[in-house]
Design a protein around this ligand. Structure first.
Ligand code: MN
Length: 702
């Protein structure tokens, strides 16, 4: 284990003195913060962050990442606040440490299994800065390297998580070397016996194979020389976990896997790759169907190489990878290669995000050239530039939603019925507004009530197409059924004055009139009446026109129950409440709007039977009705509380309150109060009158 001085020396090969000093300072801060804490191995705790920083130094990461590495366990393990780090080391470093801590706190194990891929995405989405992931990967790598000291159970848990989450993340980011190390260490910890058996078998096979490997290598080198090409040829061995997976996944025997001889040829430029390919195909016969051109069509993580399999002497299969030096570096280090090999070039963007972006851009371009960008966008771009959120259901299932999604989007993603009947939500066990945008990692629980219906206001904040479509659809259905029932009542009311009803008329006659209005079924016509597009009066005349009688002009009023829903609304201008004399104004498309009989806004059309109909309140009318009151009173302290107290005392509810000061002494308060009916309103007014200083109370009427 190198000391901080050794590390600082190493850093000075690619960082400024100032930057190296900042890393030193972070080290000493961590040393002090972790003072007295020890690792399971007995070493001082600070050796761990130092080792993590060393891993990142090998990747030539910037000084902020190294500082974050030094401090990465400080928030979690020593209780030092993020703000303190902010003051000491600046916002970027504090954010990095905070991001790493959040990832550490995520307990992958308690959640449902078989969702490893979503966890990877979630982890990525939670880390806004790619350096957080890289520091976390380095942290995990050091923990994996020092895993033996842990108890069996803990060791297996960490190993499993590494295999399921961190190795794939390293793979996504193209960091092949790190992925291999994760996999082999994880495999050894999970299945020590199997790992050991394979290791000894490989060792034995290596001895037997040595002669053949050398022969093949020689013949390839000879072939390259003959063609006048230069290249490094090296034998490759599969890593233990790779062999294990092949044995399990493809059900191959160990010998079958080991009978394949694998080589890599690294050359100077792309052109040479193809020429070398031609040469080796000339040397040994290629196996049909096994050639892959990952240079023209790179893998999702940007991996590039030519792959081919040849029949060697005596029919021995030889797998060959051909690539340039640069491809080799990218294949091993992926996104980290941008720090490793390009950090000193002047024209490279400086910020980490810019670098990550550049890597993504580079891979994206490769993919686009290959006409195969879809897979890449799926697997990498989303992760690095999170435009998705990942949240848990209460049972631990992960849902993937577009950024900005709300609990309503979530509810519809779970199930249409859940969406349609949702009334509230809990985010991380706390009640939260349905409109709140969800954050990755939250647990979302939907509270639903049978018979509840979607709220039209949801359309203002939902972001998913699914939620939008289903809300619209549900509202349409709801509106239709309400319109039909209102239309039926309106029509029956007119018919009643003839001692008739829809169901007393002959079905033929009804169908004939329905057809006259170019509708298919009676419901359509009733819906039209309910929506105010057609007058019940006119339709009734048509239905009865066989009788040739004129309709009487005086009809009993239609009773309003307060439960008509979307097709019936109460005019904002005069706010009628049960007990008030009312009329209904039929406006096309909006259905019926209930006004006070005395409302000025309908003065002109009041007696036009085509537009207005007489209404009454049903005896069993239910609901809360808003009414606006204007209270003039002497100005006094605590006036609003006094008013609210009185309204409350009369079981009323204040929906809105606003105050104008008329002069220094008199205030005018506008109150919107919800009440059941006029009797209830009278009670509220009486209470208000009882207040000291009240001069006048009037009800607003349009
Ligand atoms: Mn750590």
């Amino acid at each position: 284990m190198p000391s901080i001085d050794v590390l600082a020396d190493r850093l000075s090969t690619y960082l400024d003195d100032d930057q190296v000093n900042l890393v030193r300072r972070a080290y000493f801060y961590a040393e002090q913060a972790h003072d007295g804490q020890r690792r399971r191995s007995g070493e001082a705790y600070v050796t761990h962050p130092l080792a993590v920083a060393c891993i990142l130094a090998d990747m030539h990461m910037d000084h902020q990442s190294l500082m974050a590495a030094m401090l990465h366990d400080v928030i979690e393990d020593t209780g030092i606040a993020k703000e303190a780090l902010d003051t000491q080391f600046g916002e970027s470093v504090a954010e990095l440490v905070d991001g790493v801590s959040k990832l550490t706190q995520m307990n992958f194990e308690t959640k449902a299994e078989a969702q490893a891929e979503n966890f990877q995405k979630m982890a990525m989405a939670m880390a806004r800065d790619i350096r957080v992931i890289l520091v976390k990967l380095a942290d995990r790598l050091h923990n994996m390297r020092t895993l033996e000291v842990l108890s069996g159970e803990k060791r297996r848990r960490i190993a499993k998580e590494t295999l399921e989450i961190y190795a794939p993340i390293a793979n996504r980011l193209g960091m092949h070397s790190m992925r291999i190390e994760f996999e082999d260490l994880g495999f050894k910890a999970m299945h020590p016996m199997r790992a050991e058996r394979i290791r000894t078998a490989v060792k034995r096979a290596r001895g037997n194979r040595k002669e053949i490997v050398n022969k093949i290598e020689e013949s390839i080198l000879h072939c390259l020389a003959r063609e006048g090409m230069e290249g490094e040829v090296s034998g490759r061995e599969k890593h233990l976990y790779g062999i294990y997976q092949k044995m399990r996944g493809k059900r191959r025997a160990f010998n079958e896997i080991m009978d394949v001889y694998a080589f890599r040829i690294v050359v100077d430029k792309v052109d040479t790759c193809y020429r070398v390919l031609g040469a080796v195909h000339n040397l040994y016969k290629p196996l049909p169907g096994r050639f892959k051109d990952y240079i023209a069509i790179p893998k999702a993580n940007g991996y590039q190489s030519l792959h081919t399999t040849l029949f060697g002497m005596h029919g021995v299969p030889i797998e060959i990878q051909i690539r340039t030096r640069e491809m080799e570096e990218l294949a091993n280090n992926g996104i980290a290669a941008h720090w490793l090999y390009k950090s000193n070039e002047e024209d490279q963007p400086k910020g980490s995000h810019a670098r990550a972006r550049q890597w993504v851009k580079g891979v994206l371009e490769m993919q686009q050239r290959a006409g195969n960008s879809l897979e890449f966008i799926e697997s990498v771009k989303i992760d690095l530039f999170p435009d998705e959120v990942y949240v848990f259901t209460p049972k631990g299932r992960i849902m993937e939603l577009p950024k900005g999604s709300t609990a309503v989007d979530f509810a519809y993603a779970v199930h249409t019925d859940v969406g349609n009947t949702c009334i509230a939500c809990r985010i991380n066990r706390r009640l939260a507004p349905l409109s709140q945008a969800l954050e990755s990692g939250s647990t979302v629980e939907i509270v639903s009530a049978p018979g509840a219906r979607p709220n039209p206001a949801w359309l203002n904040f939902v972001v998913t197409g699914k939620a939008r479509t289903h809300i619209r659809h549900a509202l349409k259905l709801q509106r239709r059924s309400e319109s039909i029932s209102l239309g039926e009542r309106l029509l029956n009311k007119v018919l009643a004055s003839f001692d008739s009803r829809i169901d007393k008329l002959s079905p033929e006659r009804v169908q004939a009139v329905v057809a006259e209005y170019h509708q298919e079924v009676l419901e359509d016509l009733l819906e039209d009446i309910g929506l105010g597009n057609r007058m019940a009066y006119v339709v009734a005349r048509r239905l009865l026109s066989d009788n040739g009688e004129a309709l009487p002009s005086s009809e009993g009023p239609l009773a309003i129950r307060g439960t008509e829903g979307l097709v019936l609304s109460y005019a904002k201008c005069c706010t009628p409440i049960p007990g008030d004399p009312i009329v209904g104004h039929l406006s096309a498309g909006k259905g019926m709007v209930v006004h006070l009989d005395s409302c000025k806004n309908i003065g002109e059309i009041r007696h036009n039977p085509e537009k207005c109909i007489q209404l009454s309140w049903a005896k069993d009318v239910t609901g809360e009705f808003n009414v606006e009151l204007r209270v003039e009173l002497e100005h006094q302290r605590g006036l609003i509380a006094l008013l609210a107290g009185s309204v409350n005392a009369a079981d009323g509810n204040i929906e809105k309150i606003s105050m104008d000061e008329r002069d220094g002494r008199i205030s005018v308060v506008q109150l919107v109060v919800s009440v059941h009916d006029r009797v209830h309103l009278a009670r509220v007014i009486r209470k208000l009158r009882g207040l000291i200083g009240v001069i006048r109370i009037t009800r607003a009427r349009g």
